[in-house]
Design a protein around this ligand. Structure first.
Ligand code: SF4
Ligand code: SF4
Length: 328
């Protein structure tokens, strides 16, 4: 259930990653060491784990207009992870951190309750991204979630994607009636005392302050315990134009932009996923590039963190570094 980041791509036609790459100047993002201008490419050394993500599988119960991982009821490019798949990675962690579960829709995975239990039993916190629709609302899954909350309390957070505070605009992205289904899921989650967060998107011309205010009103009217002024309780993803040509990021950009590579997701997290037909899961640099083999970093956490990640993909510039700025 990955809603982030917001991609503006028009009608869905195959992979957005293909659509994105097609627009780029061909000489860019070729050499992991050098940009097309011959400058040293920026890279992100690993600084220690804040979050380890598990992609529980790309299948989803719905097909959103702008899902960056292209999930749908038919996309099984990343298959369901099992306890056997996840255990070795949890065993590698030396401190307790946040374990994130994303998809697809994680509650489609038949092992999801056991996977969350495994992470929490190991002493970690768990964050599950979900659309809170039918896969979560099946009685067997609800009983599993309730049991986890009874045993682990606030160490488990469900972050529910609600693209917009209005049903009309949310349903534009996710299909007619989906807002109400997610709202019923949120009602159930809050009634059962499950720690909640929301993920929304800023793609309809509102300011962040306006959006937070409107979400606040919605949460108050439904009784959802979300602090909408808190960016970790209501995460709002800015809209990015995936069709735009983007500059490459050289090492000189850090000073120009006043940013640090330590702030990037790939400096403090990794994502474990299993490709269809693969014998074992692999470790990917981040949640944003699940299909690009260049960002596949081996089969263990220690291997995956040994070398810096070169920022050799348009997403690195668009989503992680520039965010609308320019380093030229
Ligand atoms: S609900 Fe499913 S299709 Fe929609 S953004 Fe999340 S993973 Fe993608
Ligand atoms: S998109 Fe690039 S810069 Fe961003 S987290 Fe992934 S690898 Fe790092």
């Amino acid at each position: 259930m990955i809603a982030e980041p917001g991609l503006s791509q028009g009608p869905k036609k195959g992979s957005i990653l293909v659509a994105f790459t097609r627009k780029l100047a061909p000489e860019k993002f070729r050499d992991p060491r050098l940009t097309a201008k011959g400058e040293p490419r920026a890279e992100a050394p690993f600084h220690g784990f804040q979050t380890l993500w598990f992609n529980t599988g790309t299948l989803c119960n719905i097909t959103c207009v702008a899902c960056y991982i292209d999930s749908s009821p038919r996309n099984d490019q990343l298959v369901y992870l099992t306890q056997e798949d996840c255990t070795p990675f949890l065993d590698e962690l030396e401190t307790t951190i946040e374990i994130g579960f994303t998809g697809g829709e994680p509650f489609m995975n038949p092992h999801i309750i056991a996977l969350i239990d495994l992470a929490l039993r190991s002493g970690h916190r768990a964050l599950v991204l979900t659309n809170a629709m039918r896969p979560l609302m099946r009685p067997r899954v609800q009983a599993g979630v309730r049991d986890l909350v009874d045993r682990y309390g606030e160490r488990l957070t469900l972050r529910v994607s609600l693209d917009h505070w209005s049903a009309t605009l949310h349903d534009q992205e996710r299909g007619a009636g989906s807002f109400e289904k997610t709202a019923i899921g949120l009602d159930w989650l809050s009634t059962n005392g499950i720690r909640l967060a929301l993920a929304g998107r800023l793609r309809w011309g509102e300011t962040e302050a306006e959006a937070r205010g409107a979400y606040e009103g919605l949460c108050a009217s439904r009784g959802w315990p979300i602090v909408c002024s808190d960016p970790s309780s209501l995460v709002l993803f800015p809209e990015m134009d995936s069709q735009k040509d983007v500059p490459e990021i050289s090492t000189a950009c850090w000073d120009v932009l006043g940013k640090s590579p330590a702030d990037l997701m790939c400096a403090s997290s990794r994502m474990v996923a299993k490709r269809k037909g693969a014998m074992r899961p692999e470790v990917l640099a981040c949640t944003l590039l699940p299909y690009d083999k260049a960002f596949s970093l081996g089969h263990t956490l220690v291997d995956s963190t040994a070398a810096p990640v070169p920022l050799n993909h348009p997403h690195c510039a668009t989503f992680c570094v520039l965010g609308g700025a320019s380093c030229s």
